[in-house]
Design a protein around this ligand. Structure first.
Ligand code: 5AD
Ligand code: SF4
Length: 499
């Protein structure tokens, strides 16, 4: 049987899809890239912005005829939009068979099995978790289950990288955000489960793990009389042989404690890269967003972070055009971005989410063209900063974990099926530095998964371009590009520098 799955949204969703695929594989499914070939079609959805939901409804619309022609196909909507819209999805797309919220995904294989057994006379199934006001904290928590032990390497970003969930849910209730409603209460996973899963991933060849949580640095787990924090977890994970890099996303600014900063500074495997969303540079907007900190608090946190961790790269998220945002308030965001020098920022136009405090309390009154203009203005500023900071890497050597063929190499190999990306000849590769900067360089497919020294010779806002450094007996002789061999003159030059 064939499964087609489409995933939108955050890394949490990507991980959820990996787990769903793993569980369906146990039922004999294999993946297909073509929805028309598939016996079961699943959409793992996102509700953070309206646009993400609209895209799923259009994708469902395109399946209407396919379902009429092949009524045995199972069509399912999973994830945040399933929890958010529930039965509305059946109303808008009556041919959908299955709706499963993010806290109920462990039920997917049994539900698909039951639906298939019923044939064309099937009844629709919906499994969602309790809403935030539909029971006691304990009941609501238990209705949000995650089933992390099953993994599927084919669904990972690369065979060398994997996500590991350390907590689910969120209790921060920022007024714009739907996540606390759809992903339920904040719950941390036990350190023993996290360590066991990470050891297993290392044994399977994973070199980099990214710990996931909506507010990952709020992690707390009480084990007897010991309380585990994220910093304790990092120390324990650091001992796992085979894991070379540890990252974690996303951080909540108020929980950036010194024990965590010390762990990032002192543990060599932990990336000196921190994603700490600021959202706005105006105190009045932050107040309306109920982010729980002021600009002054954030600035203190950022200074402290940079003091504790030299060369740390910090990135951020921003929402422009939040309810009532004036030009003056927006300019405060511009000022703070200019001052903060983030490595990069993800910038979003505010999208009103029914059911959030923001939608009830405030009018979505910033016109779309103003949101668009502010988005472009902030993006241009951030790009200028990113480019300037990337230029500081020119001539420097960085350590790159090689992820795979670059986008250009992938396109070339797709256009020319005679030269697949897995061939052994030279190829453009992409990878990331320890501080999460993207590096493109010429290399060889067998270098994928390795950590290599690369010297940077060019840079733009998003990418560093480099050449692999070749060393002999631990002594650097010269830099050698695999496709363009260095000129003898430059080799001599490099040798004379060594003398
Ligand atoms: N509208 C626009 N952006 C949003 N985000 C969260 N909710 C909304 C919304 N309603 C952004 C925040 C968050 C990122 C994941 O998505 O910046 O950090
Ligand atoms: Fe949403 Fe705020 Fe929780 Fe992040 S911290 S998931 S923005 S409610």
């Amino acid at each position: 049987m064939k499964l087609y799955i489409e995933t939108v949204g955050c890394q949490m969703n990507e991980l959820d899809s990996e787990l769903v695929v793993a569980s369906l594989r146990k039922d004999g499914y294999e993946l297909t890239n073509n929805p028309h070939d598939a016996d079961t079609i699943l959409f793992n959805t996102c509700s953070v912005r309206q646009h993400a939901e609209d895209k799923i409804y259009s994708a469902l619309g395109r399946l209407k005829n396919a379902k009429r022609e092949h009524p045995n196909k199972v069509i399912g909507v999973l994830g945040c939009m399933a929890q958010n819209h529930q039965g509305i999805i059946f109303k808008r797309a009556p041919y959908v068979d299955l709706i499963v919220g993010p806290g109920q995904l462990h039920q997917v294989p049994a539900l698909v099995r039951d639906i298939r057994a019923e044939g064309v006379t099937r009844t629709q199934r919906m499994e969602v978790s309790l809403g935030r006001n539909d029971g006691s904290r304990d009941q609501i928590e238990r209705s949000h289950e995650s089933f992390d032990p099953l993994r599927d390497p084919a669904m990972r970003p690369t065979p060398y990288q994997a996500y590991v969930r350390i907590m689910i849910g969120c209790d921060k209730f920022c007024t714009y955000c739907i996540v606390p409603s759809v992903r339920g209460p904040e719950q941390s996973r036990s350190p023993s489960a996290i360590l066991a899963e990470s050891r297993q991933l290392a044994a399977e060849g994973c070199r980099e793990i990214t710990l996931l949580g909506q507010t990952v640095n709020s992690y707390r787990f009480q084990e007897g009389d010991r309380q585990w924090r994220l910093s304790d977890l990092l120390v324990a994970l650091h001992d796992i042989e085979g894991i070379n890099r540890i990252k974690f996303v996303t951080n909540y600014p108020k929980d950036m404690t010194n024990d965590l900063l010390a762990a990032v500074r002192d543990l060599p495997k932990v990336s000196k890269y921190l994603h700490i969303p600021l959202q706005s540079g105006s105190n009045t907007v932050l107040e309306r967003m109920k982010r729980g900190y002021t600009v002054e608090d954030y600035r203190e946190m950022l200074l402290r972070t940079r003091e504790w961790i030299p060369n740390v790269a910090v990135s951020s998220d921003f929402i422009v055009g939040f309810c009532g945002e004036t030009d003056a308030e927006f300019q405060l965001t511009m000022d703070l971005v200019r001052e903060s020098r983030f490595k990069n920022s993800f910038i979003f136009k505010y999208s009103e989410r029914p059911g959030t405090k923001g939608a009830t309390l405030y009018a979505d009154d910033v016109p779309d063209e103003v949101k668009r203009r502010r988005n472009n203005e902030l993006l241009a500023l951030q790009n200028q900063i990113s480019e300037e900071d990337n230029h500081a890497f020119l001539g420097r050597e960085v350590e790159v974990l090689v992820e795979g063929p670059s986008k250009t190499a992938e396109k070339a190999s797709a256009a020319d099926s005679e030269a697949p990306a897995t061939a052994s000849g030279p190829i453009q590769l992409t990878g990331r530095t320890h501080c999460d900067r993207i590096v493109v360089f010429d290399g060889n497919p067998r270098q994928i998964g390795q950590t290599l020294p690369v010297t940077i010779y060019d840079a733009n806002a998003h990418t560093l371009f480099g050449e692999v450094v070749t060393r002999h007996s631990g002594v650097e002789l010269f830099t050698l590009s695999v496709t363009k061999r260095s000129e003898p003159a430059s080799q001599k030059e490099a040798l004379s520098i060594l003398k």
